[in-house]
Write a protein that binds this ligand. Sequence first.
Ligand code: F6P
Length: 413
Amino acid sequence: MNNSSKKRIGILTSGGDCPGLNAVIRAVVKCASHKGWEVYGIPYGTDGFIDIANGDRQPEDLKLYEHGYDIPGLLQGLDVLQFLSGSVLGSLSKGNTGDPEIAEKIIQGYNRLELDALIGVGGDGSLEILYQLAQKGQWKLIGVPKTIDNDVPFTERSVGFDTAVDTVTEALYDLTFTAASHERVMVVEVMGRDAGHLALHAGIAGGADVILIPELTPIVNEEVVHNICHKIARLHQEKRKFALVVVAEGVKHQDRRQSRAIGDYVAKQIKAYSKHLCDRDAIEFCGMQEVDTRVTVLGHLQRSGTPSSFDRLLATSFGIKAVQLIDREQYNRLVVWEGGKVESKPLEQAIALISQAHQQQRCPSPVDSNGFMVQSARSLGIYVGDPSAWNTPQPPAPTVEVATVEEASQSSL
Ligand code: F6P
């Protein structure tokens, strides 16, 4: 442990990667170097500490320097780091402190580096794990929130979210014209394991007609499928022959045991149910027998786009704030974005909320179902999964079962 004002700090990125991680690392290295501190980049999250403890990595090899990532030729000296997605340190998706021997090894590695403090860039899961390790090992920890899901408590924005919103918004724009050419319903499955922030924000920005998020539509049941079809029928009546449906991956099938491929499920349900409505000769659903659906799963494209200017700025200011907190010896804080400012909150409080949510298997920072974004979507006429938002009669009791996933998958798309 270093007692002088010249500090020795570590930084690691943990959990699923996202755009902007390198911008955090860059800002930390620049800011700390200007203070004459040493920065150690821990590779692959806490796994890097295990390697150090085992002697598989040497501390001096982990030192990060300003302009440490220069490129040759006339571009030498150009600091490209903030432009690049991913993490130059690598990340660890599945951390585990459950095993006390592994936890001991991690702490051993940390101690070998003789760090004054550690900056952990992570989402809700990683921050919880790092906090538990910090408690055990008496580390001085600063948390920096990152996740395209934007579901870390106390912060209005996490690094990576803004870029992911742009990626999905652009995909919706690009899908609009092929949807229109073929008069199709395009179902777009968006990431967001427990939270619908990404689907909601991008859905509004990208002109979606339907947005399904776990906070408002935890399950796609007959009523939800009916309401989606009703929305599509309305569009048809208004002479719009195509539609965009955004569904967050956290939304579940009617058969809760199935949690994957929700986009595919929704597309098949819309096709099967719209035909059923048409067959029933209800006037508003005429023309629905030909509803053609296609599904696009955006997947990890959402995690790797070139960081947006907002994400670069957010990541940079988060990195600088983390160094400032260490400089002031204000430890165990979570850097946050609140009301247009970078602030910090007690990590203990954030972790308490996260742990409680995880125990109850719910999202630590979900979409506010009465919040401005949901209200905006409704004001625009977007179906967001709440039947009461629609001035339509209750759905007629279906005379046939909505096709199961298996049945629907047999029908040709
Ligand atoms: O937590 C961020 C996230 O992008 C989720 O939205 C998604 O479910 C998950 O990561 C995917 O993780 P992996 O890269 O392990 O498939």
